[in-house]
Design a protein around this ligand. Structure first.
Ligand code: NAP
Length: 275
């Protein structure tokens, strides 16, 4: 819940309205970000997928004053159309969008990418995890006559080979490239577009990746900060990017991973090398 982590309160998002896509439960990264934005005065709409999820998401939303809950399956164009029409009807204009959505068949998030990836799941993973950010950006930008800020969530498996991440790494690479092109396209409208590359977090999505827990353990022992990635750190980065503090930053992929991404050879693997 929001109170499980430290959320600096203030007015950085006072008067700003936005859409948060991807709260599934209280471990979701989108939830951590939304709780921080609420603590800084933001007004939000949540999109969710499916009735079961609505039952889980509604109490969370209500606990931070979010009244607008809208069903949206990002792989269904009519559903996206209806969702953004509902946002427009309620808010008129918006200032920010959080895209925290990804999907791949978990049977293909293990072993060999070459041997274990079907065309159907490749296309579905790309559609839900990368294409949907392009579509959501277009629809959000239509509601941002005064500029705004968009963020998506990515992972290091886009840049480096991470065991089992496979097709999701390819989709995240597409998402990061899309972030740069969308930033180019929407920049003249004063809309900033950035990606947060988060370290591993204990969420439903991570549970779908074979060896996901080991990713957390290695993150702790190999990262320069020698700690897990924190929800506070991710939510704080989102607050920076989505508020006026983030002015002048666009098209970036910002790592929030305790520094894990800078390590080429971890100390614990380097015994006996050099002096
Ligand atoms: P999460 O709580 O499982 O959130 C993922 C969300 O995506 C869920 O709300 C899920 O809804 C939604 N989703 C999947 N398919 C959808 C569709 N067709 N239409 C609409 N929504 C759909 O996991 P999370 O870890 O917070 O993931 C949020 C983002 O952070 C993802 O982009 C993920 O890749 C990224 N990320 C995660 C980590 C990590 O270690 N956890 C690290 C870096 C980046 P359903 O539950 O209904 O499928």
């Amino acid at each position: 819940m929001a109170e499980d982590f430290d959320l600096p309160k203030g007015d950085l998002m006072r008067g700003k309205r936005g859409v948060v896509m991807g709260v599934a439960n209280n471990n979701s990264i989108a939830w951590g970000i939304a709780a921080q934005l609420a603590a800084q005065g933001a007004e939000m709409a949540f999109t969710y997928q499916g009735e079961a999820l609505e039952r889980r998401v509604r109490p969370l939303a209500e606990s931070i004053g979010v009244k607008l809950l809208i069903p949206a399956d990002v792989s269904d164009e009519a559903s996206m159309e209806a969702a953004f029409a509902a946002v427009k009807a309620e808010f008129g204009t918006i200032d920010f969008l959080v895209h925290a959505i990804a999907f791949s068949d978990k049977n293909e998030l293990k072993g060999s990418l070459v041997e274990n990836t079907t065309k159907a799941n490749f296309l579905r993973s790309m559609e839900i995890s990368a294409w949907s950010f392009i579509e959501a950006s277009r629809r959000a930008a239509e509601l941002m006559p005064n500029g705004g800020s968009l963020i998506c969530l990515t992972y290091l498996g886009s840049e480096r080979v991470i065991p089992n991440y496979n097709v999701m790494g390819v989709a995240k690479a597409a998402l990061e490239a899309a972030t740069r092109y969308i930033a180019r396209d929407l920049g003249p409208k004063q809309i900033r577009v950035n990606a947060i590359s988060a370290g591993p977090m204990r969420t439903l999505s991570l549970a779908g990746i074979s060896g996901g827990r080991a990713m957390i353990g290695k993150g702790r022992s190999w990262s320069p900060l020698r700690e897990d990635t924190s929800m506070e750190g991710i939510a704080g980065c989102a607050l920076w990017l989505l508020s006026a503090l983030g002015r002048s930053t666009t098209g970036e992929v910002i790592h929030v991973d305790a520094g894990f991404h800078i390590v080429g050879l971890p100390d614990e693997e380097a015994e006996g090398i050099g002096g």
